[in-house]
Ligand binder design. Structure first.
Ligand code: PA5
Length: 437
């Protein structure tokens, strides 16, 4: 059943019917390019059919390895940057207890999961090494190219720690590699040292790879039912493939955001009222930022966690420069059953809310903010998500991936490359190698 729906009441008054029907035509043309595989970067469309074309042998191996990791490690370190960690972190945060990493293994029922290799901070790495010293740990190093500097620096360091702790042979049984299936430094090392290796299909780019072993192995270690996520994505790949924009909420979203971009609303703020969505927003930022931001074009993808950020960014959204639009992820069902207690002394005068669910209060904040932002001339779309289940999150992931690819084609860019990322790498490596001389 479809669980992701677009509500467009808050955007309609900002656009005309003519603008809408013109943009629908562009979106339909983008749909045709994806279908016929004749658009820019069409060799990187493997993500479209990932939920359909499952590699059952690899899925079985992922489950088996996850169980092995759960037995051998108190801490599971996932090393990767960008698309090689954001999806897994986003999904684990959505399904794990908010304080999972502060709890014991028996409460959590899986190893503590730490994401590393996503920065070049000496402090972070030193603290990590100190923390791991007296822990049993295993590593999943994830890099499609196999040579990205951030994960490489962390992997080299932790590999040494592992080998000193367990010896080379046992250390090898605690290293899991997710990389290109055919080539690269990491691939070659894994073959040489016989590390357990998982593949990132050649036709799937980093930011579209959450439904490959990149995301699935860490999810499995966290006891997340990733097959339900794949099932949800599979359903979405069918329902969000309707060429008719009026019957496709994903394409409607792409249509609206592109009309708004043409009207100089070139900042999109993705908002959520659930703190556990923080990294989902980070995943969305990377997906759209790297896919659309090129050739001097693109919408700047930003994010806010509400109501938290109403006390930091709220002022700007309500009253600042009118170059923004907002997209809100609204989770409709809250299962926490958290009620506000009634107090005899009513010291804070909040008894009028006693007995109400905290989520009810959150929902009133959402409704009040939505109205205020629309009244303040911020076009706002709402993506209603029925409930945070694996199946529904699978739909949401596919919704954004598809909307991003369609938007990229409407914009006229290649949504599957990232030439701009090379600029900093080139300068950084130039500086590092100069030191060597
Ligand atoms: O989307 C992308 O391709 C990038 O963000 C990559 O995921 C990121 O740069 C990491 O690359 P790699 O997996 O090769 O280490």
């Amino acid at each position: 059943m479809q669980a992701v729906f677009l509500e467009d009441e808050g955007v309609k008054k900002f656009i005309t019917e003519e603008e809408y029907s013109q943009m629908c035509k562009k979106v339909e043309r983008a749909h045709d390019m994806l279908e016929k595989k004749n658009g820019k970067g069409s060799e990187m469309l493997g993500w479209l059919s990932l939920p359909d074309n499952r590699d059952e042998e690899e899925i079985a191996r992922i489950k088996e390895c996850a169980q092995r990791i759960q037995k051998q490690a108190d801490v599971f370190v996932v090393i990767g940057i960008g698309g090689s960690y954001l999806g897994a972190k986003a999904i684990i945060d959505l399904f794990d207890d908010t304080f999972a990493n502060l709890k014991s293994y028996s409460e959590r029922k899986h190893p503590q999961i730490i994401f590393a290799g996503n920065n070049l901070s000496g402090k972070y790495l030193r603290n990590l090494v100190e923390y791991l010293e007296d822990k049993d740990f295993a590593i999943n190093v994830i890099s499609k190219s196999g040579s990205t500097l951030e994960p490489a620096v962390t992997f080299r360091t932790l590999k040494v720690v592992l080998e000193q702790k367990y010896g080379e042979v046992v250390a090898a049984s605690r290293i899991y590699v997710t990389t290109d299936p055919e080539k690269g430094i990491l691939h070659d090392l894994a073959v040489k040292k016989e590390y357990e290796m998982f593949k990132i299909p050649r036709d799937v780019g980093g930011r579209y790879s959450v439904l490959t072993a990149v995301g699935l192995l860490p999810m499995a270690v966290a006891n997340i039912n990733f097959e339900d996520i794949l099932d949800g994505a599979q359903f979405a790949s069918f329902v969000f493939n309707n060429r008719d924009v009026s019957n496709n909420d994903c394409y409607k979203y792409a249509t609206y955001r592109n009309i708004l971009r043409e009207k100089e609303k070139d900042i999109e703020i993705l908002a959520s009222y659930e703190p556990s969505f923080q990294y989902f927003i980070e995943w969305y930022k990377q997906l759209f930022g790297e896919s659309e931001g090129k050739d001097g074009k693109g919408i700047f993808p930003a994010g806010v966690n509400l109501t938290t950020d109403l006390h930091s960014m709220g002022q700007l959204i309500q009253d600042g420069k009118r170059n923004i639009f907002e997209t809100v992820i609204n989770v409709q069902v809250d299962r926490s059953l958290t009620y506000l207690p009634e107090l005899e002394d009513n010291f804070d005068n909040l008894n009028y809310l006693a007995g109400k669910e905290v989520d009810y209060i959150n929902k009133q904040a959402y409704k009040g903010t939505l109205k205020a932002h629309i009244d303040g001339n911020v076009p706002t779309m709402v993506i209603n998500l029925e409930d945070v289940t694996e199946y529904n999150i699978g739909q949401l992931i596919y919704f954004f991936e598809k909307a991003c690819a369609i938007s990229g084609y409407v914009l006229g860019v290649n949504p599957f490359d990232q030439p701009g990322v090379e600029a900093y790498k080139k300068n950084m490596l130039g500086l590092l190698k100069e030191e060597e001389k």
